[in-house]
Ligand binder design. Structure first.
Ligand SMILES: Cc1cc2nc3c(=O)[nH]c(=O)nc-3n(C[C@H](O)[C@H](O)[C@H](O)COP(=O)(O)OP(=O)(O)OC[C@H]3O[C@@H](n4cnc5c(N)ncnc54)[C@H](O)[C@@H]3O)c2cc1C
Length: 604
């Protein structure tokens, strides 16, 4: 018999980033008991790394902004495969959610007359990102935590969930272990909110933290939930490329929002060479107009550096592949040039981009107020994820909700910068409320001890394997290299087929993974347990990417470089078939209702 501690709550939230904290606060406000589980320490979730800001059409800097423009921008950015209901709710509710955060004590940067300041970001027509320098995520987490701590939420830190427990079709609990001592824990709950973030650690070059091993997506999948559009992975155009130890660390889009420009090794501002047709009438004709836009001139259009991330990333790759890149395989991002325009440019840069200044100074010995940075694409975000109902955030499994990066729909084929932080607030709040309602309407399920026993046996298997076994780090590294090379920013059928075969081989190796030592503070064991999730999300990404025979948003096919209008009509749903194997089906996207279609048309 396995030894474990049991905890019982009405609602269990798994993940304490922006989405999880907001969900926990919302559920608690409905008067139910809430447990909050997280893999790292409270306050250390990935959200803390968010830099540039949160998008909300408050209209403080440009009063032409409103939810209709934000909705149209999000749909255009997502290339119309978004869940339009989520895009509508997000655009309408984000302003209220940001103001709520302000009321709870978030110290935003301010306009001269004391309102929340908003900055430009890629794909947003007007300055829309509420921000705190380039440390917005830290302020969001701090505020939500300060507020949440008074709501009577029980927090279980450094506790990894490894399986969801079901009673019939419904989810009624979760099984996990505390990372410190390795002791098992069982959580009984009437409703569960997954808020576990993304999958970036499936790739070699990523801006994502160690936590991003696709746990929530894989837990939901194993519990029978649908995943949707897993092929849409965002490769952010600007990650650090040098030195090797920091490769992939994010360089915020805020640099370009403040006037930073991209140049190749010949000093050419290459982004002017390729402006997509559907953005031509919103993009500056010349550098001077682009600069004026970044300085708040309402009559100017955005510089091409602020086109959507998928496009900018591909333009960078084109320069690198054509031999016009920087010495270490990227291109140059220059904010120092603004000294030609602003008298106190170095101080201005340090004030607006303090983290970027320190990041480059300390990690790369580059002074960004005086010289350009070297940047290149890095795996950043997954638009696909757990399929949810747009209003309630409930997945296809009763009692299982998902919010934040782990959930899919809002961003379609490509996320606009800043739309994640507001997504966390809008849909974290909705998930928490609806989970509480579900908990009130449904009794506690009955806990099947056999499921717990099976999960515990599986978790301990890496200690039991004899002989040389497989090193979990080696399996993880081989997967990351393969995903980077074969299912990365430029994809081809033969390479993705190879990746799927490779994933099957890595699954066999995973079954032989061996760890030594005991359960206390054992990172090798933690890595061994993460492998199943990494392999599951990798398979879903490769399978869906192979099936999408076109290029759209974050998904670029070398063998199908164009968009296929017919492919704008469906989503890809991956699910666990009756034989336990992954399957995929197409599902038609419901038509936009006429009033939303009109919003799209009027903002073209
Ligand atoms: C460097 C960087 C900068 C960014 N800047 C911006 C920005 O300016 N604006 C913007 O909109 N977006 C930005 N993003 C994206 C955005 O930060 C993320 O998408 C968002 O923070 C995800 O929040 P979340 O609440 O979904 O998950 P997270 O904040 O990642 O929280 C996930 C939580 O789940 C827990 N967890 C995971 N697995 C388990 C498990 N098995 N068991 C228990 N707990 C688990 C983790 O411990 C953590 O507490 C940025 C991303 C990066 C990497």
């Amino acid at each position: 018999m396995t030894d474990f501690e049991t905890h019982e709550h009405d609602v269990l939230v798994i993940g304490a980033g922006g989405a999880g904290l907001r969900a926990a606060i919302a559920a608690s406000a409905e008067g139910v008991s809430v447990g909050l589980v997280c893999k790292s320490l409270l306050g250390k979730a990935h959200t803390v790394m968010a830099e540039g800001g949160m998008a909300a059409a408050i209209g403080n800097v440009d009063d032409r902004d409103n939810w209709r423009v934000h909705f149209a921008d999000t749909m255009r950015g997502g290339q119309y495969v978004n869940n339009w209901r989520m895009a509508e709710l997000h655009a309408k509710e984000a302003p209220e959610c940001v103001k709520e955060l302000e009321a709870w004590g978030a110290v935003f940067d301010r306009t001269a007359d004391g309102r929340i300041l908003q900055r430009n970001f890629g794909g947003h027509k007007y300055p829309r990102l509420a921000h705190v320098g380039d440390r917005t995520g830290l302020e969001m987490i701090r505020t939500l935590q300060d507020h949440g701590i008074h709501q009577g939420i029980s927090v279980y830190m450094e506790c990894t969930t490894i399986e969801l427990i079901k009673d019939g079709a419904r989810v009624i609990g979760a099984f996990g272990y505390d990372r410190e001592r390795g002791r098992f824990r069982v959580f009984k709950a009437k409703a569960i909110v997954l808020a576990t973030g993304g999958i970036g650690r499936a790739f070699k070059i990523t801006s994502n933290s160690w936590e991003y091993t696709g746990d929530g997506q894989a837990l939901a999948y194993r519990a029978g939930a649908d995943l949707v559009d897993m092929e849409f992975v965002q490769f952010h155009p600007t990650g650090m490329v040098w030195p090797p130890s920091v490769r992939g660390i994010l360089v915020t889009e805020g640099v370009r929002g403040e006037g930073g420009i991209l140049k190749n090794k010949d000093g050419r501002r290459f982004m002017f060479d390729d402006i997509p047709d559907n953005y031509k009438n919103q993009t500056a004709d010349n550098p001077e107009e682009g600069w004026r836009y970044t300085q708040g001139d309402k009559n100017s259009r955005r510089p091409p550096e602020l086109l959507t991330r998928d496009h900018v990333a591909r333009c960078i790759m084109r320069e690198v592949r054509a031999g016009r890149g920087s010495p270490h395989g990227g291109v140059f991002l220059d904010i120092a040039w603004i000294k030609e325009k602003l008298p106190h440019a170095p101080d201005h840069i340090k004030k607006k981009l303090p983290s970027m200044y320190h990041q480059f100074k300390q990690l790369a010995n580059v002074d960004i107020t005086a010289e350009p940075m070297e940047v290149g694409p890095t795996t950043h975000y997954i638009m696909g994820g757990v399929r949810v109902n747009g209003d309630s955030q409930m997945s296809t499994v009763p009692g299982l909700f998902a919010a934040g990066e782990v959930a899919a729909g809002l961003h379609g084929a490509n996320r606009l910068g800043g739309n994640s932080l507001s997504d966390l607030l809008v849909f974290g709040r909705r998930a928490g409320r609806y989970a509480a309602q579900f908990a009130k309407e449904n009794g506690a399920g009955s806990l099947d001890k056999n499921q717990v026993e099976r999960a515990a046996k599986w978790a301990l298997a890496p200690f039991d394997h004899s002989g040389a076994g497989e090193n979990p780090y080696a399996v993880q590294e081989d997967l990351q290299t393969m995903m980077q090379d074969n299912v990365g920013i430029v994809r081809r059928e033969d390479e993705m087929k190879e990746a799927l075969q490779g994933i099957a081989r890595l699954r066999e190796r995973m079954a032989r993974v061996r760890v030594t030592g005991n359960r206390e503070y054992n990172p090798g064991w933690h890595t061994a347990l993460d492998l199943l999730n990494l392999l599951t999300v990798s398979e879903a990404i490769a399978m869906a990417a192979l099936e999408r025979k076109e290029s759209r948003g974050g998904h670029f096919r070398d063998d199908f470089p164009d968009k296929d209008p017919a492919a704008a009509t469906y989503n890809h749903v991956t699910f666990r078939g009756p034989d336990g194997r992954m399957q995929l089906r197409r599902e038609t996207i419901p038509k936009l209702p006429p009033e939303l279609q009109q919003v799209v048309e009027e903002n073209k």
